[in-house]
Design a protein around this ligand. Structure first.
Ligand SMILES: *[C@@H]1O[C@H](CO)[C@@H](O)[C@H](O)[C@H]1NC(C)=O
Length: 309
């Protein structure tokens, strides 16, 4: 089977995403007050690009013979993962039809989370479906973002699936939904890379830092080392990178820090790119945590990084 590739500019996805963040769905009609049981939301997909952030039952039926590739970008809360269960598939393989469940978001061949930050090998992050036999198992994401890509080039064919959100006690890679958020990235003592990503230009402020340098080894006695820059150049294996890019998988790093600093002042970076990322690399020798605040930049802010759009 050929791999599906959805080609869209980040600003297109970011616009869909921003519209969705700013105009949350009206719930009053869908959840009548007298109804005790909250019914899952039913949704018929009509747009080629959909951003979806709820549990629910989603349907798609092709109205054209167009072999266009489309995507349903699912985002849950940071401390959740996405489960998808197909209850109906009618997408004949011989017509060129294909559905792919992606563990993460893909745009222009670039992946969130990045290949270096995801627990699975890239080929294991794509589950492809065609024909009329639906997968028996629930398809699960490793983070709060998942994607259904589809190409249904015959009128009348389609599919439907349930989306549910499951609590994740150890979130690592997080796609940020809100416009003014505070998050703590942790490695839970493991050798993992974790990341926070937004799809808008952002001001990133480090609120507290405890990464590398013996942090977490002695619980009652932690030395404040202050913020240390360019840690990897000093041979320190654990560090936090701040940067951005114009694609999901690109990261131009403007700063790289480590150390123990409970109140780092003036640690603000303004990333004027389609995508902003804070990434924590952990060797597994330390219990690392970094708390960051992310919001759209002030108009008068001096950018630390500007990307070419
Ligand atoms: C973390 O990322 C670095 C590159 O920054 C890579 O060399 C390393 O293999 C990654 N670690 C894990 C556990 O994937």
């Amino acid at each position: 089977m050929s791999h599906l590739l959805l080609i869209v500019a980040i600003p297109v996805l970011a616009t869909a995403y921003a519209a969705f963040v700013q105009h949350p769905r009206q719930t009053s009609l869908l959840y009548p007050v007298h109804s005790k049981r909250i019914r899952p939301q039913e949704k018929i997909i009509t747009d080629c690009m959909t951003v979806w952030s709820e549990e629910g039952h989603l349907y798609y039926k092709s109205t054209t013979n167009d072999p266009v590739v489309c995507g349903i970008y699912i985002i849950a809360k940071p401390e959740q993962t996405v489960h998808v269960y197909f209850d109906y598939v009618d997408v004949p393989c011989n017509s060129g039809g294909l559905i792919a469940f992606v563990d993460g978001w893909e745009l222009n061949g670039q992946l969130f989370p990045n290949e270096n930050d995801h627990p699975k090998a890239t080929e294991d992050r794509f589950y492809e479906i065609c024909g009329s036999k639906r997968p028996k198992q629930v398809l699960k994401s490793s983070q709060n973002a998942a994607l259904i890509q589809y190409r249904v080039p015959r009128r009348g064919n389609g599919f439907s699936f349930y989306v549910s959100f499951i609590n994740n006690p150890t979130p690592c890679n997080i796609l940020i939904q809100g416009m003014n958020e505070v998050y703590t990235l942790r490695n839970y003592g493991k050798q993992v890379n974790c990341s926070l990503t937004t799809l808008y230009p952002a001001e990133v402020k480090i609120l507290s830092l405890g990464v590398g340098l013996g942090h977490g080894q002695k619980r009652n006695y932690e030395l404040e080392t202050g913020t240390i820059h360019k840690c990897e150049n000093r041979g320190l294996p654990d560090f936090v990178q701040v940067g951005g890019g114009d694609g999901l998988g690109q990261l131009s790093v403007v700063d790289s820090i480590c150390g123990t600093h409970s109140a780092p002042e003036n640690m603000v970076e303004t990333i004027m790119c389609g995508v902003t990322t804070v990434r924590m690399v952990s060797s597994g020798q330390f219990h690392n945590a970094v708390t960051v605040a992310v919001k759209p930049p002030e108009i008068e802010a001096t950018p630390t990084l500007v990307c070419q759009h």
